[in-house]
Design a protein around this ligand. Structure first.
Ligand code: AMP
Length: 379
């Protein structure tokens, strides 16, 4: 049943980073009020919210009070304790639902779910004992050992070149419950960002072509240059996932395209995604506005693309020689600068991104790369 929160209502967001910030900006444009809860203060989301509550996610009294004041809650990250989600669910509506977070915050549950609906995934094995590890390493090495819970941007991951490296790799992640994935010699990485409304309507962006550096997304390009077959397969897999989860909100599916042209799902993100940031300038309705519309029970907006677009992340590394050369980058009329209001630029920290629109995806990508270079040339 659809439940509508009309503009003027209050949306709550748990987590206060850049995803919450861009969600809040989209929500405010539509006339909503925003409350945010996280353990920090003066946060990227708090800076643009009506109310910033500083509390631990484990402080269930604070979480309940926060939930009771808003019409619906969403999350900007998936690693939320089930007790916290339940405290919210006792007081207000939650999208995506707690059971979706339960599935997607744990790599083994997520992979088992995907297999149960016949979605192709990287060959994997569950690791709960040394025996599991020895068996998996002998069949799957070279591979990647990943903690089952609490992983993102390559955190909690160790590459295992040969079966003899497996124990040392497991020690590195404190012998935690893990997943051993066969290493995929992929041709390309891609993602579909999608939204599903309360009425079951779906909207798709991409596939975006994604380039990573040190496990962190560096550049996304849309259109990603994929065949019609790959595009429709990736969208149909995403639709199947949204429907099986009875999902409401924005979600991203990350894929590997293998050398023989087949798609494997790497992972799901039950929220707007870094590869969808280019939709803010490149598409009629961006991924964040879709999240607002979906959780508020409004119709989704058009996901049509306006122009080929590329996004490049601005990591703290760009600040290594002092403030970046904003004026030369901003002299480019095709460039849109998005900064997240973070005070301290640390290496690897996502500080902002640039979106570039151009006549072709290739030139958008090239312009994005040279804009990044010109920002670094600040000495
Ligand atoms: P993840 O946190 O699982 O998305 O992994 C981060 C990045 O590590 C991915 O985007 C890939 O570039 C790389 N990666 C992760 N798992 C694998 C795998 N099984 N085979 C090859 N590369 C991988």
């Amino acid at each position: 049943m659809s439940h509508c929160v009309l503009p003027g209502g209050t949306l709550g967001v748990l987590g206060s980073g850049q995803l919450g910030r861009m969600f809040a900006i989209a929500a405010r444009r539509l006339g909503y009020r925003i409350h945010v809860l996280s353990p920090e203060s003066d946060t990227p989301t708090g800076q643009v919210a009506d109310k910033e509550i500083q509390a631990s996610y484990q402080d269930l009294k604070a979480v309940e009070d926060f939930a009771a004041e808003v019409d619906v809650v969403t999350f900007e990250f998936e690693n939320v304790d089930s007790q916290t989600v339940e405290a919210i669910e006792r007081n207000t509506r939650v999208h995506p639902a707690g059971r979706v977070l339960h599935t997607t915050q744990h790599r083994l549950r997520e992979k088992n779910f995907l297999q149960s609906i016949s979605v192709p995934v990287t060959p994997f094995a569950a690791i709960r004992s040394q025996e599991d590890l020895e068996n998996a390493a002998s069949t799957h090495a070279p591979g990647v050992l990943k903690t089952a819970a609490w992983g993102y941007d390559g955190k909690g991951q160790v590459k295992v070149e040969a079966p003899t490296d497996a124990i040392a790799a497991w020690e590195q992640i404190d012998r935690a419950e893990a997943i051993f994935e066969k290493f995929v010699d992929f041709n390309q990485e891609l993602s579909i960002v999608a939204a599903r409304g309360q009425d079951g309507e779906c909207a798709f962006y991409g596939p975006m072509a994604n380039l990573h550096e040190n496990h962190i997304l560096s550049i996304s390009v849309c259109p990603g240059g994929f065949s019609e077959k790959v595009t429709s397969e990736a969208q149909e897999i995403t639709r199947a996932i949204l429907e099986a989860l009875n999902y409401v909100g924005t979600l991203c599916v990350e894929f590997f395209l293998t050398q023989d042209g087949s798609l494997l799902v790497n992972e799901l993100a039950p929220r707007p995604h870094n590869s969808g940031h280019l939709t803010i300038d490149g598409h009629r309705t961006c991924q964040f506005e879709q999240q607002v519309r979906a959780i508020a029970g409004l119709p989704l907006g058009s996901p049509a693309q306006i122009k080929p677009a590329a996004m490049v992340n601005l990591l703290g590394d760009v600040w290594q020689n002092g403030d970046p050369d904003w004026s030369s980058a901003l002299a480019n009329n095709n460039l849109k600068l998005h900064l997240y209001g973070k005070r301290e630029a640390r290496v690897g920290r996502k500080m902002g991104h640039i979106n570039i629109l151009s006549d072709t995806p290739e030139s958008a990508k090239q312009l994005a790369v040279s804009a990044l270079q010109s920002l670094k040339n600040n000495t």
